[in-house]
Design a protein around this ligand. Sequence first.
Ligand code: M6R
Length: 611
Amino acid sequence: MCGIVGYIGEKKAKPILINGLLRLEYRGYDSAGIATIEGKEIKVIKNKGRVSELNNINDINNLNGTIGIGHTRWATHGKPSSINSHPHMDNSNNFSVVHNGIIENYADLKEFLKSHKYTFLSETDTEVIPNLIHFYYSTSTESGQTKFLKAVIDACKMLKGSYAIEVLSTYYPDNMIVVRKDSPLVIGKGKSENYISSDIPAILSFTKDFYLLNDLEFAFISRENISFYDENLNKITKEIKNITWNAGDVEKNGYPDFMLKEINEQPKSIRETIGSRLTLNSKVTITDLNLSKKYLESINRIFIVGCGTAMHTGITAKAIFENLCEIPVEVEVASEFRYKNPIINKSTLCLFVTQSGETADTIAALKLAKSKGAKTIAISNVIGSSITREADHTIYTHAGPEIAVASTKAYTSQITLLAILAIYFAEILEKNSNKINELKKDILLLPINVEKILKNTDKIKEFAKKIYKEKDVFFIGRGVDYSVSMEGSLKLKEISYIHSEAYPSGELKHGPIALIENGVTVISVLTNKLLLEKSISNLQEVITRGAKTFIVTNQKLTNDFDEVIQIPETNTLISPILSVVPLQLLAYYISKEKGLDVDKPRNLAKSVTVE
Ligand code: M6R
């Protein structure tokens, strides 16, 4: 959580930092701040609240420096307040730091520093960092740039936890040092200028050439040069990666919000995720994945692990893998998986699904699976993200940057890719070729079918107007329809703050039906032909108890429901890719009716980089 940005070049740093922070705000928006070097001083402007509010502080207009750092905060240690905002200074006012992550041993470090007469202004864990740097700097026997670099390295050696940090010093007004450990950080290379950011989209309008830092790689940055060092002060070489995303991908392009833009981008993101991997008359090919029949035959279990929406894709994909590959699949929430000592060995294949590739629990779960001998495959949307550097193999969704906190196009791209992966396995294993051809046809039709759904949104908008004041909403479904209900329910609570639960329809009578009373809204997805009659009976039971019903279906229904959204028919295994779209839109329109900030829901951040 938290976003950090930095600039060093010939232009004024302030507008570049503010622009970057506005793009990083989805990572946290409790407070914001920037620091620039102004002559011999570091000037800090920071405040509780949104990035845009920084512009209301008069002094901000006096910042002319061409080197600076910035931060947008998702509070962990210390409530959102001006004093707890970043950047933080050391006691001598010569070092300034912004930090994304958590310093787990900050209390011990504070005691250590207090014993050396350091004092603290904030309640944050971060404030120990500039003071530690000062401590090592003032006791150093080094000279020149090495003195600065060594002080930062020594300070980092004391830190336990996760961090991406940027350091400014009045002693080195033309340099900046950055480092990361278990928190994201990228460096964008320009001409006589360099940019630093927690993620690529925030600085994509300035450069497409990036250095991706690994853990404990230190970058010593000037306008012209970037030198990289390991923690033993050895120089290392790093390659530049050219990123193919367009700057326009990170703009709203006429949409009122990123979420609506991203919902509407799904035909494109699904099409690009399919790419040339899947065609009708040849076998699936997945670049960089070369698994043998012998290996696939040796697998006796697949785990699919992720958090939130990414985990929901696993629930849908479980049925696809089990159906086509006949290998048992378990789906786990990453934060549970990592602490439950899962039974894993070299016959287990573990898939880790994460849009950002930075989710702390998912990365930790992958490291655990690897340490137990499993082969690991990451499914990610962000090139070079942290998880891709840990996994044995990475397969990318090509959804383009997803900016809204609520995940939409990532979900549909992830299921598409997992379905393609299941077909890839089944073809190698020579299983279920009869089912595969039909499924391939339907996968290729997905973009057109999503387009059809997106053309008919009026009824969804109308229904949102009817129910936006509700306190509780229930989602019910069977099989794949239950799996997509979980995602619909998450979207609704996330951006509209309406409490909602998803239940398997057949579970209603085992408890939840006690909550159904006159006027309660029940949303149901009905795409599973084989279970249609049973699902309709369950709906009848809630209607009898006074429920309002919103149905998403690809079947011809004759029953009397309050609203029915018709979607195209497709293979049941992948139907959530279509049925989720009306649920995403319903959550979106309800949030709009309530006048909420759709893209930045309260308390949430896009990438959860701490536990
Ligand atoms: O970046 P990831 O896919 O690892 O993120 C996982 C979850 O934090 C994410 O899907 C979250 O649940 C979304 N905000 C849901 O819309």
